[in-house]
Design a protein around this ligand. Structure first.
Ligand code: 6PG
Length: 273
């Protein structure tokens, strides 16, 4: 990102200073191992500083391997599960026992294996009632639970269309007032319901402001089909929703093919300007 882009970028999301780092991996296994190491570092840092770690989990498939490794590490290192607070960056409009549920995937791969107490897992309680009310309740519940703290670690995925969480390019945000607006970097509030034809219906998502407040935001990206979206995201393309998101520190952890990295560059830290 050139300084001028960064200036433009900061103006876009109101970030004062953003640093981004990009790391390339041979495959998803190596990516998951590194993501687990970084996550552990951030969780233990937060526990040391604030005696609590707040983590926002991504959905989809890519994070599953990282979550499985993270669960084993948390158990092995006897990290107190009661000091960890888990949110979900987004959710599909399904019940938690639906195979499509992001919460369901995280419970199976991470939260159940570490014995996360119910009070530490903030469920969207998706799939019943109305999505708009559900999002509003989640926002209130999460804001209360976070006690004014920002997330210490935010995991995000990336869709080949450039979406992240459920911020889709075609997403329309619905508010309880009946107002609807196109999703954008300045969507107000904590959590919203969006309707997207790409997503084939309703989705629930944390707002960019909440994600951008994360101390460390980690994008987990695998597969050549993501390379165009990842390039646009790293380049700060305002038409790419994932580009709206920059934490205090933003780390892109991606497979080589997702970065379109030639062999010559492989293995070195592809640091972003
Ligand atoms: C979801 C996600 C979404 C996901 C990307 C990448 O609900 O699907 O939150 O943002 O992270 O679509 O998904 P994959 O990791 O499965 O490619």
């Amino acid at each position: 990102m050139t300084p001028s882009t960064r200036k433009c970028w900061s103006a876009l999301v109101g970030a004062e200073t953003v640093t981004t780092d990009t790391f390339a991996f041979a495959d998803e296994e190596a990516l998951a191992e590194a993501a687990c190491t970084l996550a552990l570092e951030k969780v233990q840092e937060a526990l040391g500083e604030r005696n609590r770690a707040i983590v926002v989990l991504a959905g989809g498939n890519t994070p599953r391997a990282t979550y499985r490794l993270l669960a084993r590490s948390i158990v092995r290192k006897r990290i107190p599960a009661e000091r960890l607070l888990w949110l979900f960056g987004d959710e599909r409009w399904v019940l938690v026992d639906d195979p499509q549920s992001n919460e369901g995937m995280a419970r199976e791969s991470l939260l159940h294996p570490i014995g996360a107490p119910a009070s530490t897992v903030l469920s969207w309680e998706a799939g019943r009632g109305d999505p708009v009310g559900c999002a509003e309740r989640y926002g209130a519940k999460a804001a209360d639970a976070m006690l004014g703290q920002n997330a210490d670690l935010v995991f995000l995925g990336l869709g080949s269309d450039g979406h992240t969480a459920s911020l889709f390019p075609d997403a329309m945000v619905h508010f309880s007032s009946g107002r609807t607006v196109a999703a954008g970097p300045q969507v107000p509030g904590f959590a919203v319901a969006v309707h997207s034809l790409t997503a084939k219906g309703w989705r629930l998502t944390l707002c960019p402001g909440v994600l951008n407040a994360g101390r460390t935001v980690v994008f987990l990206v695998a597969g050549a089909e993501k390379s165009s979206a990842l390039k646009r995201t790293r380049g700060g393309d305002p038409a790419t929703p994932a580009a709206w998101i920059r934490g205090e520190r933003t780390v892109f952890m991606a497979t080589r093919d997702a970065l379109g990295i030639e062999n010559a560059d492989f293995g070195r830290d592809v640091r972003h300007a």
